[in-house]
Write a protein that binds this ligand. Sequence first.
Ligand code: GLA
Length: 753
Amino acid sequence: MTNPDLTLAAETASPLGALHGEPLYLRRGGTSLLIDFSTGEPAMLHFGADLGPALPDLSLLGDPVPHSALDVPVTLGLIPQASSGWRGRPGLRGHRNGEAFSARLRVVNVERSGGEDCSAVITQADAEAGVTVRTEIRIHDGGLLQLRHRLDNDGDGSYSLDELAAVLPVGRAATEILDLTGRWCRESHPQRLPLRQGTWVRSGRHGRTGHDSSLLLAAGTPGFGNRHGQVWAVHLGWSGNHESFVDAAADGRTVIGASELLGTGEITLAASASYETPWLFAAYSAAGLDGISDAFYAWFRGRPHHPGARSGKARPVVLNVWEAVYFDHRLPVLLELADAAARLGVERYVLDDGWFRGRRSDHAGLGDWYVDDDLWPAGLTPLIDAVTGHGMEFGLWVEPEMINEDSDLARNHPDWIAGPAPRTAGGSRLPLQWRHQQVLDLVNPEAWQYIFDRLDALLRANNIAYLKWDQNRDLTEMGHAGRPSVHAQTRAVYRLLDELRKAHPGVEIESCSSGGGRVDLGILERTDRVWGSDCNDALERQTIQRWTGMVVPPELVGSHIGPTTSHTTARTHDLSFRAITAMFGHFGLEWDVRGLGDSERAELARAIALFKEYRPLLHSGRMVRADEPDPALRLHGVVSHDGGEALYALVSVATSFAEVPGRISLPGLLPEAGYRVEAVYPAPEDRRAFLQTAPPAWLAGGVEATGRFLAESGLPMPVLNPEHGLLLAVRRVTTADPAAEPAATSGHPARSS
Ligand code: GLA
């Protein structure tokens, strides 16, 4: 059952690392990874701060052997394994009918890419177990590390894989864990807990990424914040079941990692077959969570297909009709809405759910991707022509992975509905319905092809620039031909998106999943933005966007001004708070703007113009978030990479304990440069936003100060009413503080408190 070539390679390699002797030391963007091969296994000695240009002396790093333990130091391998004495969470779990359950992986090859390309491919094999694992590692410019494994079954028989995890070591200084939780309309809320001995696991069994998924799992030094403390963080780029974990072993070592969560019997590899893990993304920061965001943002923005980079055009201001009309698709109303949107400065008009055959409510129609003739006797063309005639792009909602039992598709192909048992003509048990819908089995090639052909035909027949691609239910009891199939379904969805993008390279795609139920770097590899939440309440959005934005830059997070009274929380907010909130994202409207009064329409047009003015900055700069001590207040901003300009939002999310907010820091500017700070929105005299007898003196006309002063002292801020915001524009006016002493450089240019 073993592959003779591999046996040979492994034996040659085994004289313990002699062949691969040189350790692997990857360093870039302030981060480094050190892997030693001297035990014959890739031993992860360090992931975190850059240790400097010289390869560290590894003899300094060897652990002692404690009492009552294995007689050799335990290696933390790239795939932690019991054969090396690892008693934490194993990196690989698999077997051949219960045998070959414990692999002894040893390095057979290391490919190092020199120069700028900070990457390596490490291959390990266990000839006896008949498995080879090939690991790709790369550290990108901004310090983001990417890692994935591929396992090949080299044996004769099949190999059952239960888990293949990607892990990295965390520094001993880490004592706290932070991750994100959520539910529908409340995605990406943080939770913190102490890092103690044992394993902290976040499991996602939704079959999709999940509203509660931990977009970011971080471990850090005591009290690490937005702009201080050491942080190690990971994200798994995967839209199916998954686990992320921090594993603090009894030997004192801690690893952080993630894996795809495989169903029982889901992955059985035939001889010569392979399994590839999703990419693990990992970042280290010595300057708090903002440093983690820097690493992710740099990676996103460096991709050739990053929106903006790909099309060379700014992210268009959107009007999505959902909260304006829901299923009420009357052409005159939609035309009127297009008209009103165009006059306000909207650049993309998105027709949401309700346009296709039989879709008069959310009970029926999914799967029948034909324009409804009764509703649209002349097709979508009259609307598309009006929209494009106004100079706007046209976007369309689809939900290709789903099927209503009440649809022609389900009636014609009952066996295309995914479920726990094969769907034979008589009909076996189906999963419970969710929003009256089931999941289309895209692992079935015919079903996949049908959906591809329908979407392809729609895109060919209509001038559609954008698809809002929705996915509105968990994949419960997901199966194909009687076997668990979340993995295969997720891959099939990825392939569908990939093939459609190839066929229609100009079309942008949004990943929506009842709001933010599918926000991950796997889906974002093949889509152009995510819908952060179905909740357009600005107060909720402040938290959702802040934490989604830890990983995903604002140009990729859809963020709309909703109706005055939120449809999902019944809270009422002024336009200024809703607009200031939406600006720190891919800005848009989701509101019936036909009936606005003159002053509200004028204010909205001004807010849209303001967003357009700052859009280049907002969608390219560094995100900074102050470590604001008053829980009622939040300060975030975007600072251009050259430190030349910034836009900050001070937001009050509750009533403060203090009479006045005090001086609030504007972090992230160049300490020595002089800046002009101006309040841009709302006007200082706006009585809706502020409650004070007199505003701070500087507010009316603006003020000049150094970046150091703005960060270290901060400016006195007006008394904001709760659930209001203030937008501050900052522009550099001098490159250096003329009064500065030559040696007065700060070690903490961006410290905020
Ligand atoms: C989901 C989406 C919404 C909207 C509806 C349409 O809930 O998240 O934005 O598109 O579907 O049915």
